[in-house]
Write a protein that binds this ligand. Structure first.
Ligand code: ADP
Length: 165
């Protein structure tokens, strides 16, 4: 069975992430999306909330599982018996960071863990969780960026009441 892990912050999940998830789930028999519990960051959504949101956003994808982890990705992947990491690439700025991570993971795992990159679909090339949080915090329109139920949850976090269209 071909399995892969798609790790990330997903704070919150965007249509850019969901596009990568759908495409990766078409290639692998099982895809585990794993929310990184990064103690150095103060997230908008807790790990538990992000896991719940991802479960809801991927409920129509039968071979997608949601999990979370902390610590080294290589250790987590070894425990799961998975040898492929999925990551998305938007621009050259992503590339440098992702290349370094991929090479480090290969080294730490002694060649057991490879990274497969999906290039962003052009319509989502500009999209990041950071941008979504920033726009939403000022009450801006994020409807083209995240699913409707996620949009509501984000505004709730910022205490913003949106009138129905
Ligand atoms: P990080 O894991 O760096 O905190 P995210 O959780 O936001 O970042 O993203 C997880 C992965 O998804 C990264 O590989 C990132 O490059 C990718 N990604 C995020 N947004 C997009 C997008 N719009 N198109 C393609 N890939 C994306």
């Amino acid at each position: 069975m071909k399995a892969a892990i798609y790790p990330g912050s997903f704070d919150p999940v965007t249509y850019g992430h969901l596009d990568i998830i759908r495409r990766a789930a078409d290639i692998f028999d099982e895809l585990t999306i794993s929310v990184l519990n990064n103690v150095k960051k103060t997230p908008l959504f807790s790990v538990e909330e992000r896991v719940k949101i991802l479960k809801e956003a991927t409920r129509d994808m039968a071979n997608v599982r949601i999990d979370c982890f902390s610590g080294l990705l290589v250790d987590y992947a070894r425990q799961k018996g998975v040898h492929v990491i999925v990551r998305g690439l938007r621009a050259i700025t992503d590339f440098e960071y992702e290349l370094q991570n991929a090479q480090t993971n290969r080294l730490l795992s002694r060649g057991a863990l490879d990274t497969m990159f999906f290039t962003t679909s052009l319509e989502y090339a500009y999209l990041s969780s950071t941008t979504v949080r920033e726009i939403a915090s000022f009450g801006g329109n994020i409807s083209g960026c995240v699913p409707d139920f996620v949009e509501k949850l984000i505004y709730e976090k910022y205490g913003i009441v949106k009138e129905a269209d």
